[in-house]
Design a protein around this ligand. Structure first.
Ligand SMILES: Cc1ncc(COP(=O)(O)O)c(C=O)c1O
Length: 287
């Protein structure tokens, strides 16, 4: 399973039945104005060899908020078809629902694509309801797999989703409630971060969607695992970045310079956490 762009979703890391299931590729990094940056797929160095049976990408991505561009997606689609492997697009945050996507992105589907969607980010993670749009052969295999693993799929999620569609709520809530909520929170949190942390101390991945911010403390003299421990003793929890590179074989210092931040708590809590983060970064640099 190839992740063409790491960092990728941590939840995939333990999904394999055997070791060494994943292979992933470092991205290229585009530096942007206002202390932001964006990852891109490095097509010149993709480890797409004969062992690869599936290409998988989340769009938008947890943890970074990256949305791979339409061009990148089309190139991945062409490569997948050329190598006769499916392209899985994890659309857990994407369009048309829950619609937590702040940049322009065209959805893609063709029979070589396995498009996965979920009710989880509509506030229904306990419904365990996923929706897969794929060709009949793939859907047949997934139906068989579900038959063995779960006997029958749960029907609560589909019933709720059906009712939401009948009432015209599914897209309305996505567009008018969910997306504006996250978009406002992310802008508020970036303003707070910038109040305490200059660009030299902290770069921020361009927030294009999903529900986290990805911070890059370039040249940080300690690892973000150590920073995580220091923050934890002061009551601040952020996830160190190295967990989000499943399948990356070569060591890369960048993986130890990033952290995932949850931006959903109340603004005063976030501000307190950002103050503590700024203090701990100061301490690390001074030492
Ligand atoms: C990118 C991504 N895919 C999938 C999931 C899991 O979705 P589900 O609850 O539908 O299994 C998450 C949850 O955090 C996610 O961030």
């Amino acid at each position: 399973m190839l992740f063409p762009l790491a960092p990728e979703y941590l939840g995939y890391a333990d999904a394999g039945l055997e070791e060494d299931l994943f292979v992933s590729a470092r991205p290229t990094i585009e530096l942007l104005p206002e202390g932001q940056f964006k990852y891109h797929v490095d097509f010149d160095h993709l480890p797409l060899n004969d062992d690869v049976g599936l290409i998988c990408v989340s769009r938008p991505t947890n943890p970074t908020g990256n949305v791979i561009t339409d061009d990148e997606l089309l190139q991945l689609d062409a490569l997948a078809q050329q190598h006769k492997v499916p392209l899985l697009i994890d659309n857990a945050y994407g369009v048309p629902f829950p619609g937590i996507i702040f940049s322009e992105a065209r959805p893609l589907w063709n029979p070589n694509t396995i498009l996965c969607m979920s009710l989880s980010k509509l506030g229904l993670p306990g419904a365990r309801c996923g929706i897969i749009v794929a060709d009949e052969k793939t859907i047949g295999a997934i139906g068989n797999m579900n038959g063995i693993i779960s006997l029958a799929p749960g029907s609560i999620g589909p019933s709720i989703a059906n009712e939401m569609i009948v009432r015209g709520d599914l897209l309305r809530l996505s567009q008018d409630v969910i997306k504006p909520f996250y978009q406002a929170k992310v802008s508020e949190t970036i303003a707070l971060l910038r109040r305490y942390l200059p660009e030299e101390r902290c770069l921020i991945h361009k927030p294009e969607g999903a529900i986290f911010l990805w911070l890059w403390f370039r040249d940080l003299p300690i690892t973000t695992e150590a920073l995580y421990q220091r923050l934890k003793t002061r009551g601040v929890l952020m996830v160190p970045g190295h967990f989000f590179f499943p399948g990356l074989e070569q060591a890369w210092p960048h993986t130890h310079q990033c952290m995932r931040m949850n931006y959903v708590p109340d603004a005063d809590q976030i501000e307190r956490a950002v103050q503590i983060l700024a203090e701990e970064l100061d301490n690390a640099w001074q030492a």
